[in-house]
Design a protein around this ligand. Structure first.
Ligand code: ADP
Length: 640
């Protein structure tokens, strides 16, 4: 598939083959059938019903006119009229009922599709979530759904598959109704050419040409309008980011005012709005051009058809009633054709959105998941060891970790220190199997961690990440990470994490929702309070390994000192890994590993490392000690 970049929107557009598009639509049909089996039969019945209705009128009016012209009795005409009314009403009511039923089924299909997509993102490997290409894919899909109403039900719904089927049924019915016209003879002696096969052949050729032209035009129109629509989504994304998130949310309001960034934002908004208006103008102009062309072809074909019917009637091939039937059938044929081409183009227009959906559903797991169970041990005797581990982030050229070998000693507290970017967080990500090593292996009790069942391996870690996340659910559910909350245990953990005073002020205790996203009575917790809740969540999980990545960065010195004092008690005999920029906190650990450029350059107790003159640890320590001596009388010292 060839790609070209749209200069205005910066998006890559793929030139897709018709076969590829049809394949994508076929997959949508199969997926729909799997998710909501009633959808396709309902669509087909609905289309059949709508297509059949006009032909009832056509068939009976031809018979009624013939009857009237031949002076038939009222007993013959009246039943025909009653049949016309009855059948028209029947198809009309059936159509209405089917479309009501379809609405319900479409709604169900829509929610099943979203559920399917959500399940993929909930379960996919973390590495996929951090991948910018997949982030972009997720945004493209959501924007397609939210802003263009694109989804499976729509892709196969009222604008595409249903009118496509209706158009196809109409064409078939019209062909059946009009077929005798092509073989009608007439007075060959008086009109040798008109009564012969020539006009029928010419008419059939005209119909064939118009079929191909209509399909070609609608496909071209679709490709152009899709490119413009896609471009609009990108512009809209930036616009939503600025208007929906930056301007209206208080978190960004301080900087915006203090740095007087109103002008910057204002210019950005008007640029985005102008681009949107330009693209919209082009999209509607493009649609109007292609629709106009399609309507022109349809009108030309109608004119030719009437001429053909009239000329055949002139040769005396059929009477007035059949003129009505043939003219009506040919008119229906051209409208069926226009509907079919339009619906075909609309269906193809859905392909890019469907492809986003398929790309999400086809996301492959990155990590191999083994089958070995992780042994449950009351003595927490789990030994984790890194063996010559090197790691490079996907797409990165630099190593984040290089030839790292170390053992986590059971029940010991290891502090990990080092400059920014030295690989500390990456070490934790590998330890918790959010990524697998690029080289080397990590073992748990002597067995490669990849061989264990993934979920069971994750279960042995309680982690507080530097950029931890809390959710807008009740406090208790945040701590328990579940809807089932063991309240005494949650309170005990919150107490150990230093949150008990604040808990007493919360009107609904553990049931108090965090933040106000779902509930206006939710509480806004400060950064430090949030960190305490995150620590409580780690304690509640009660896993044999505790990993704390900068766990007290947002805490005030008193709360921090309190946490450190109780650190040993909180962690107990579990193995703990603890990342901190505050070297004074390392004194609480038995063992310290100093990271530099992805490697461990020193390891030992605080005293041992400090006694190594000229070492990185000594430099880091002195840098803080100097800061402490010149800037503050407080106990705590901070490394910048
Ligand atoms: P630390 O925790 O010591 O500050 P990190 O482990 O976060 O360091 O980072 C180590 C190196 O890996 C840095 O050079 C950083 O830029 C790089 N890095 C971290 N996260 C990613 C990522 N998601 N993609 C690519 N590179 C990353």
């Amino acid at each position: 598939m060839a790609e070209k970049t749209n200069v205005q929107t910066g998006t890559k557009q793929k030139k897709r083959s018709l076969q590829h598009d049809l394949h994508a639509l076929w997959r949508a049909v199969k997926l729909t059938q799997k998710l909501e089996p009633k959808m396709l039969p309902l669509l087909a019945c609905s289309a059949l019903c709508e297509a059949a209705n006009p032909f009832v009128g056509l068939y009976f009016s031809a018979r009624i006119v013939d009857g009237l012209l031949s002076g038939a009795a009222a007993e013959t005409i009246v039943p025909l009229i009653l049949w016309t009314l009855g059948l028209t009403l029947f198809f009309h009511l059936l159509g209405k009922g089917l479309s009501r039923a379809r609405e319900v089924v479409e709604e169900r299909l829509y929610s099943r599709e979203l559920h399917l997509v959500d399940a993929v993102f909930l379960k996919t490997d973390y590495e996929n979530l951090e991948n910018p290409r997949i982030q972009n894919l997720a945004r493209d899909y959501r924007e397609g759904v939210n802003m263009r109403g694109a989804n499976l039900a729509y892709a196969l719904g009222d604008d595409s598959l249903r009118p496509l089927l209706q158009g196809a049924f109409t064409i078939v019915f019209a062909a059946v109704f009009a077929l005798p016209l092509f073989f009608a003879g007439g007075d060959a002696a008086a009109h040798p050419f008109l009564a012969g096969p020539g006009p029928a052949i010419l008419m059939a050729l005209a119909i064939l040409c118009s079929v191909f032209l209509s399909l070609f035009i609608s496909r071209r129109g679709m490709q152009k309008s899709w490119a413009l629509a896609r471009g609009m989504l990108r512009v809209n994304r930036n616009f939503q980011y600025v208007v929906g998130r930056l301007i209206t949310q208080y978190q960004s309001g301080k900087e915006l005012r203090l740095y007087r960034e109103q002008g910057l934002f204002g210019r950005f908004i008007s640029r985005a709005l102008n681009t949107c208006t330009d693209l919209l103008k082009k999209e509607t102009g493009c649609e109007a051009r292609y629709e106009g062309l399609a309507a022109g072809i349809s009108a030309l074909l109608s004119g030719l058809s009437y001429l053909f019917v009239a000329l055949k009637a002139l040769t005396g091939a059929f009477g007035a009633g059949m003129v009505i039937q043939y003219a009506g059938a040919i008119t229906r044929f051209t409208t069926g054709l226009t509907d079919f081409a339009g619906a075909f183009s609309n269906a193809l227009e859905q392909v890019p959105y469907l492809e986003d959906l398929y790309a999400i559903l086809d996301l492959k797991p990155v990590l191999y998941s083994g089958t070995l169970p992780v042994e449950k041990r009351d003595d927490n005797d789990y030994v984790i060891e890194f063996h010559h581990v090197s790691f490079r982030y996907p797409g990165a050229s630099e190593w984040a970790l290089r030839d790292l070998s170390m053992q986590l000693k059971v029940g010991k507290h290891l502090a990990v220190v080092g400059r920014n970017g030295s690989g500390k967080t990456t070490f934790i990500k590998l330890l918790c199997r959010l990524y697998d090593p690029t080289e080397g292996e990590i073992t748990l009790n002597g067995i490669d961690i990849r061989k264990y069942r993934y979920e069971e391996y994750l279960a042995i870690f309680s982690v507080v990440f530097q950029d931890f996340a809390l959710f807008s659910f009740p406090l208790g559910q945040n701590v328990a990470a579940s809807t089932a909350v063991d309240e005494p245990r949650a309170k005990k953990c919150l107490d150990e994490a230093g949150f008990s005073d604040r808990l007493r002020t919360l009107p609904r205790g553990l049931a108090t929702p965090l933040y106000k996203n779902f509930d206006p009575d939710g509480v806004e917790v400060s950064g430090g309070e949030a960190q305490k809740i995150a620590i409580a969540r780690a304690l509640y999980k009660d896993a044999p390994f505790v990993v704390l990545d900068e766990p007290t960065a947002a805490l005030d010195p008193l709360s921090e000192a309190e946490i450190y004092e109780r650190f040993g008690e909180m962690v107990g005999d579990r193995t703990a890994v603890y990342i901190s920029h505050r070297l004074s906190s390392c004194r609480f650990c038995d063992d310290i590993a100093v990271f530099d450029r992805g490697q461990i350059v020193q390891r030992g107790s605080h005293e041992t490392l400090l006694s190594q003159k000229g070492s990185l640890y000594e430099k880091l320590w002195n840098a803080q000690a100097q800061y402490y001596a010149t800037h503050s009388k407080e106990d705590e010292i901070y490394l910048q």
